[in-house]
Ligand binder design. Structure first.
Ligand code: ASP
Length: 343
């Protein structure tokens, strides 16, 4: 890394750059020039900042695996020309995108920092300015020519969090993201204080490998007391998917009804994978505590440990896209690949 860092901003869309359409009153995306005009501070950074905008710009509710491939491809194409990357992204699916990129960018040695805002950057009370400035500062941060955070992260409202540990928990607060099972990697106050011991830094240097293969042939079932037997059976028996994530209660528990366990067992015996995650905001799956959990383990259900739903979805897409062998996928689901779980 040179003394003066170079940063590439990928502008994908999201509220941060939106303006009100005078004819409808709705928020619609606007070009990066608008952001530059609102944040003249960008000129004052002691680093080179270039930008690539998605065309068209998208509301992140329209994000898809193809968008992740586009982001990963742009990072790969520009990897050697920049010291760090900032991705401006809508908040709605930011945690999915950050999780997906964390798996796709193998052997990452440079920061990829997602940010956005709850209020458009043109509004007086916007949170976008500080988020953008902080994200650039973090992406450019280095010590002794070594980058500080060689990870895919989300920087939002003063906190830097590992992307695949993060979830959007508020549609209202400026502090919209949390990583309930992993502490922030940094906190921005007067200074940005990094928790160096929590940041993953590669021990052996390897070339970046970008894995473009994603298989989205999965679905999620969130259980609730009184769920309809027929609907759940149809969900499993007619499923064209290769994997189903179950959002269970507490430490990974579900009903003990024979039909429920049999339905899951049958799906697994037909080659499907079932990953058990918790609907709780924080904490982890431990199927060894209750009888209901034990039955799921016996049926072949895999523990999601303390994974977020966003990381579970994208890790499965990544693994199914890269491996056919269910045994290997199972092993890798139980292993932390990018710090997404503490098994
Ligand atoms: N719907 C917007 C998006 O995710 C919300 C936001 O950016 O905060 O693109």
């Amino acid at each position: 890394m040179k003394d003066t860092a170079s940063i590439l901003i990928l502008y994908t869309g999201g509220t941060i750059g939106m303006v009100h359409d005078p004819s409808t009153g709705m928020l619609v995306p606007f070009n990066f020039k608008h952001i530059e005009q609102q944040v003249p501070e960008l000129q004052r950074f002691d680093c080179r900042i270039d930008t690539i905008s998605f065309d068209p710009l998208i509301d992140s509710s329209d994000i898809s695996p193809e968008s992740w491939q586009k982001m990963a491809g742009l990072i790969e194409a520009n990897y050697h020309s920049y010291d760090g990357f900032v991705i401006l992204h809508g908040t709605d699916t930011m945690a999915y995108s950050a999780s997906a990129l964390s798996f796709m960018l193998e052997n990452l040695e440079k920061p990829v920092i997602f940010t956005g805002s709850q209020l458009p950057i043109g509004m007086i009370r916007t949170d976008g300015k500080e988020n953008l400035i902080g994200a650039i500062e973090i992406a450019a941060s280095h010590d002794n020519r070594k980058t500080t955070v060689p990870e895919v992260c989300i920087f939002f409202e003063n906190y830097l969090r590992r992307g695949n540990r993060t979830t959007k928990f508020s549609s209202e607060h400026f502090n919209a993201f949390d990583s309930p099972n992993y502490p922030p990697l940094a906190e921005a106050g007067i200074n940005i204080k990094f928790n160096h011991n929590l940041i993953i830094t590669p021990t052996v240097r390897k070339n970046l490998r970008v894995s473009m293969n994603l298989d989205s042939n999965i679905s999620i079932l969130k259980i609730f007391p009184g769920f309809n037997k027929e609907a759940v059976q149809k969900f499993f028996y007619n499923s064209p998917t290769r994997a189903i994530i179950i959002e269970s209660y507490g430490t990974g528990n579900g009903p003990s009804a024979e039909w429920y366990i049999d339905t899951i067992r049958d799906y697994i015996s037909r080659g499907g994978l079932v990953l058990n995650i918790t609907q709780c905001y924080s904490g982890r799956v431990d199927m060894s505590i209750y009888e209901t959990g034990r039955k799921l383990t016996e049926a072949g259900v895999i523990s999601g440990h303390d994974i977020t739903a966003e990381a579970a979805v994208t890790k499965l897409m990544y693994l199914l896209g890269n491996y056919d062998d269910a045994g290997i996928i199972k092993t890798l689901l139980n292993r932390s690949l990018r710090g997404e779980i503490s098994p």
